[in-house]
Design a protein around this ligand. Structure first.
Ligand code: UD1
Length: 460
């Protein structure tokens, strides 16, 4: 299904997603004030959706963001044989899905996704859908666990350099999977999945999750060393454990999975998605540029501790307030040096947002990228807005300006698009960010939420 088709399917129920070919128009500068609620994390919900393939039945996933990548994953699950009802769609009378579990404080029927997984699934993930987003590769592990075989097109996603899946395939080989790539498709098969010792060269989020989901049904024990520790991985561990999987070490660098023998040992569950720390950080970066005082709800400050420590050093006053984060910026922030690292370090996804923030901070700052070599595509657009940015290998050096200038710019991907929007909050005049559909892949109503904080952002 083409991107535009997915957009229109989703837009029928969620008009804010109807952004294909549209722009964000930001009129700055204006300080921010008020409370903004963050939805569940994109990088968690997509993996939870993939995990439902492990067992037949009806799943209810709450706190789901209204973003296009959720629609894409829904399309993929439908192609595999599932029935998926997106948040906001009329689901008719509720059906019984066995013992009900608490889905947490964010339960809101408007944001509940329902997935009905049939007794038989088709373990084929077609190219037309898969090549549009990276997380699609996450169906590989669950399909192997459920069917012993899978055919999955190589994934797409944001274009910031090569994104191989060698660690996924090497890890699966340790579980007895034979895989090869033919004509852009991974063909994988395992006569019997068996537990194994896997040491990842790098704590890859996607590889950890795929291996974890395959290991759930492997015979014996699997240990994944140097596993990713991101809160979204921990959310997946919690989801799988609720289903009946035997996973320990969640949130640490070593995951131990005792495979369950029978598919009946796994049950469908209800779950509420962990809050999106990247989206929360976007609002904090916006505040750093625009100044003011905001409360961000729906996210755990502990998941953003390193970032918030750095923002505090720059002059942002940040405190935990119950389940929310209160942040205040009275004066222009001082500059700082950031380095992107696997969790608990500063997330690579934040890089464009931090560069935008440094573009208006006082002094010279930098962001060193340690994960994705080519994540620099928004820099020319920030320069159009008057930012003083120099790229030196994998470092971006930024000399802050008191005020940026409005310009016509283009969103190259999700986070860089959001970075250009928040840069517009610190620019004099009207900034137009075109290709807004990239932003809709990962942000649930960014314009509306910024406006609720007093910004002036419209769509054209
Ligand atoms: C996920 C996130 C993405 C985030 C990234 C790092 C989703 C949908 N996306 O992406 O937003 O930026 O984590 O936090 O959750 N690598 C290999 N071989 C592999 C796998 C990865 O070399 O088999 C490399 C990648 O090229 C990259 C690094 O490992 O340099 C990290 O990638 P990884 O953690 O796997 O990112 P994703 O899961 O793709």
């Amino acid at each position: 299904m083409a991107d535009s088709q997915v957009m229109s399917v989703l837009a029928a129920d969620t008009p804010e997603l109807d952004l294909a070919g549209h722009s964000f128009v930001v009129r700055g500068p204006s300080p921010l004030e008020g409370t903004v609620e963050v939805s569940g994390a994109k990088n968690s919900v997509l993996k939870l959706m993939a995990a439902t393939l492990l067992a037949e039945g009806t799943y209810r996933i709450a706190n789901v963001p209204r973003i296009t990548d959720v629609g894409l994953m829904a399309e993929l699950l439908r192609a595999i044989g599932c029935k998926v009802t997106l948040p906001g769609q009329d689901v008719g009378p509720k059906q019984d899905s066995g013992p009900k579990q608490d889905v947490g404080p964010n339960q809101d029927i408007g944001a509940v996704l329902i997935i009905e997984v049939p007794a038989e699934i088709e373990p084929v993930a077609p190219r037309g859908i898969v090549d549009q987003f990276r997380a699609s590769i996450e169906v590989l592990g669950p399909m192997l666990a459920r069917c012993g075989e899978a055919v999955v097109a190589l994934p797409g996603g944001d274009d910031f350099g090569p994104r191989p899946i060698d660690m996924h395939l090497q890890g699966l080989a340790k579980l007895g999977v034979e895989a090869g790539t033919v004509d852009g498709y991974v063909h994988a098969r395992a006569r019997e999945l068996r537990g194994g010792a896997i040491r990842l060269d790098f704590p890859s989020v996607g590889a950890t999750e795929n291996l974890l989901m395959a290991a759930v049904r492997a015979k014996g024990t699997t240990v994944i060393d140097n596993a990713a520790r991101e809160p979204e991985v921990a959310d997946l561990c919690e989801f799988l454990s609720k289903m009946g999987a035997q996973v320990s070490g969640s949130g640490s660098g070593t995951l131990t999975i005792n495979g369950v023998d029978h598919v009946e040992a796994l049950q469908p569950v209800d779950h509420s998605v962990v809050g999106d720390r990247i989206v929360a950080a976007t609002y904090l970066a916006a505040l750093g540029i625009a100044t003011g005082e905001i409360v961000v709800t729906g996210v755990d400050l502990d998941h953003m501790a390193v970032l918030c420590g750095k923002l505090g050093n720059m002059g942002m006053e940040i405190s935990a307030e119950g389940e929310s984060i209160r942040a205040r910026v009275s004066n222009r922030l001082s500059s700082a040096k950031f380095s992107t690292l696997p969790y608990p370090g500063v997330a690579t996804d934040l890089k464009p947002l931090l560069v935008a923030l440094l573009a208006t901070a006082d002094g010279v700052g930098s962001v060193t990228e340690n994960l994705f070599a080519e994540r620099f595509r928004y820099v020319d657009d920030l320069r159009l807005m008057g930012a003083d940015i120099r790229i030196d290998s994998h470092h971006v050096v930024v000399e802050g300006k008191e005020r940026l200038m409005a310009a016509k710019v283009k969103a190259p991907d999700i986070r860089a698009g959001a970075a250009l929007v928040i840069a517009g909050l610190g620019a004099q005049g009207e900034t137009t960010v075109s290709d807004a559909h990239h932003i809709a892949r990962g942000y649930d109503d960014l314009a509306g939420k910024l406006n609720s904080l007093g910004a002036d952002v419209s769509r054209s």
